[in-house]
Design a protein around this ligand. Structure first.
Ligand SMILES: [Zn+2]
Length: 661
């Protein structure tokens, strides 16, 4: 009696937590959620909870899935993988590793090469038909080769950069923005009025089954991923990793994941050999394969109390609330300040001095509040005037800002941003604010001759000459300034940084002059090729910022600065070093189509690694590198007909880009 009451409570708690999670306001951490589900599974494995279709708010008909969509057992630490190692034979020393994309699983059905149906994961057996909503997702291919009757499984997700554009669009329509990419993905599938945003979503495929065949075919997972890419799908990044290297590999991914344009919440490790994978069997009613396990990135959390709320002008455009908290130690760092989302968020969540919160540090390095544990004790005072220039603070939707373009805090944050983009270390807002008070502006740094600014620095007793000397040395050491870097260092409104500028430059607007002469329409069309069109709203903001008096002056200086640097850097923006993504040895390789970097350098790199680069296909050729799998070039066609392995330049070469250093 008591036990069943407990189970009932647990189920309703899990359902509530799930609902809140899907609305972007999680009440418990993923880790606790997973372990509560485990407890329920143990106590009552046949509970109805596990059969409920989790997408019940989606509209569309329920249909039976072709691939039983299981999930993986989860490990929350490297040690957790020992469970997997014990299950697999001792002579297996490599595992297939692939990114676990944080989106929603879907299944695509193709008959005679035509996309006929898209279903959600549902409860793993029955999903919801979302063909209408998702068929506008650009990376969901509409057609495959005619003879293919196939079901593709993969993950639908929202790129991080799309979240920014979508939220700008939503805010202009006075709608509440999506809290995160996952929330956005579900929000678009779930709400009819949001369906038009589906074009911003993206898809990565990771499994397939030919219709009428067994669910596990006999090729390795590595080959499966290759085949999917050959069909033209994007896939999560995958590679074979030696078991002894897994801790290093996991650490490496953990570090770079903040730089990816999509969220990943872990790595799936799996036996690569499908026959072995099948023979190891499954558990949980066939839902989890024993030879597969997901290692999740663990988010560390600590509880603390807000002592004070400061208003920071350091971010540039908006004034942001920052909580000072009783210091907590998370992942080896002592954290005493946490950025809060917005003034509106403070009001909505009744957060203020005295609120007990749970602090999380995950993925990247920026700590945030993951849970509000108790309400505030004191009301928050919002600032009325800018503490740097005294102007009246204005509101813009959920945010507040100082309207004065000449505000010293704004100029200081522009200089800080400039130094950040150029990777100049050891300088923060407090320092740059002193520069502004000393009459030094961003434009003074856009030069190759620092003598003038040097005089201003040295003759000001409020400025630390030692810090300036260090900055100057770093500035002088910058050997190349690329166009996208230069532009993003100017913090042009709504331009979203280097990525956007690369899109614009990629469309042929590859000089300052060309960019200045762009019309709003031309700006808005950029990014089309990667399905991230800038759009008119952002284009308008970028245009008016580009043509503001202040920016005109800065661009004049950048123009001079770039003229003095070599032209080549403008043609190949910011690419500095090329390497092979995975080792390629002893192959006969042909390259075709346009590469992002000179083919001569690429050939040299391949030959230095022990390969032979050929100018045309021969009997020996066993790898073709091309610009796109959809290429209709004669070499690509011929390679396909001969069954020669095909990879794209981007799959083979790693271009180390300056700003990612
Ligand atoms: Zn101000």
């Amino acid at each position: 009696m008591n036990k069943s009451k407990n189970i009932e409570n647990l189920v309703s708690y899990l359902e509530e937590a799930n609902e809140k999670y899907r609305n972007g306001t999680p009440i418990i951490s993923d880790k606790i959620f997973d372990s509560l589900e485990d407890i329920l599974k143990e106590a009552n494995p046949s509970n109805e909870y596990f059969n409920k279709i989790s997408d019940d708010n989606l509209f569309g008909c329920e249909e039976k899935l072709t691939i039983k969509m299981g999930s993986q057992t989860k490990a929350l630490s490297i040690d957790g993988l020992n469970v997997l190692y014990r299950r697999i034979p001792q002579d297996v020393c490599f595992l297939h590793a692939s990114e676990k994309i944080d989106g929603a699983s879907i299944e695509l059905t193709y008959i005679s090469g035509n996309l006929v149906k898209i279903l959600t994961r549902g409860n793993g057996l029955i999903g919801v038909n979302v063909t209408k909503t998702l068929s506008s997702v650009p990376s969901i291919l509409k057609n495959l080769r005619k003879e293919l009757n196939i079901v593709i499984r993969g993950e639908i997700y929202m790129p991080k950069s799309s979240l920014v554009s979508i939220n700008e669009e939503l805010e202009l329509k006075n709608k509440s923005p999506f809290k995160n990419t996952r929330n956005g993905t579900v929000g678009i599938m779930k709400t009819e009025e949001n369906q038009y945003l589906a074009k911003y979503l993206a898809f990565k495929a990771f499994d397939y089954v030919f219709l009428g065949e067994d669910t596990l075919s006999n090729i390795s997972l590595e080959c499966k991923f290759d085949t999917l890419r050959n069909y033209g799908f994007d896939t999560p990044k995958d590679e074979l990793v030696r078991i002894i290297d897994i801790p290093f590999y996991f650490d490496k991914v953990k570090k770079i994941r903040a730089n990816l344009d999509y969220d990943i919440d872990g790595i799936v490790f799996s036996v690569n050999d499908s026959i072995l994978l099948k023979s190891l069997g499954s558990m949980d009613d066939g839902k989890c394969l024993k030879g597969q396990m997901a290692l999740k990135f663990e988010a560390s959390t600590e509880i603390s109390t807000i002592k004070d709320i400061e208003w920071s002008f350091e971010g540039g455009q908006y004034i942001c609330p920052i909580a000072t908290i009783d210091p907590v130690d998370i992942e080896g760092a002592s954290i005493s300040r946490v950025s809060l989302k917005s003034p509106q968020w403070l009001k909505d969540n009744k957060v203020g001095i005295g609120t007990t919160v749970s602090i999380q540090r995950s993925g990247g390095v920026i700590p945030c509040i993951s849970e509000i544990i108790s309400n505030r004790v004191e009301d928050i005072k919002f600032p009325n005037n800018c503490s740097y220039c005294g102007d009246s603070i204005k509101e813009d939707g959920a945010r507040i800002y100082c309207p004065n373009e000449d505000c010293p805090a704004k100029e200081a944050s522009r200089i800080t941003h400039f130094f950040n983009v150029l990777n100049i270390k050891g300088v923060g807002f407090k320092t740059t604010l002193q520069y502004v008070y000393g009459g030094i502006h961003l434009s003074d740094f856009l030069t190759e001759d620092y003598n003038e600014v040097d005089n201003m620095m040295v003759n000001n007793e409020n400025i630390s000459v030692i810090i300036w000397k260090k900055i100057r040395k770093q500035l002088e050491n910058i050997s190349s300034l690329s166009l996208p870097e230069a532009l993003s260092s100017l913090n042009i409104t709504s331009s979203g940084g280097t990525t956007t500028w690369k899109e614009i430059i990629g469309e042929g607007f590859n000089t300052i002059d060309k960019i200045r002469n762009m019309s709003i329409e031309e700006i808005s069309e950029c990014g089309k090729r990667s399905n991230k069109k800038i759009g008119l709203i952002r284009a308008n903001k970028i245009f008016s910022c580009l043509h503001s008096k202040r920016m005109e002056k800065l661009l004049d200086k950048v123009y001079v600065l770039l003229k003095e640097k070599s032209d080549e850097k403008i043609i190949n923006p910011s690419i500095t070093k090329i390497s092979l993504i995975t080792p390629i040895v002893d192959r006969h390789i042909v390259m075709t189509g346009e590469a992002r970097w000179g083919r001569k350098q690429l050939s040299e790199l391949l030959e230095n690694n022990g390969n032979t680069v050929q100018s045309s296909l021969s009997k020996q050729t066993n790898l073709l590198i091309c610009d796109s799998r959809d290429s209709t070039s004669s070499k690509t066609k011929k390679a396909k007909s001969l069954g020669i392995e095909i990879k794209t330049y981007d799959e083979v070469f790693n271009y180390k880009i300056m700003e990612e250093n």
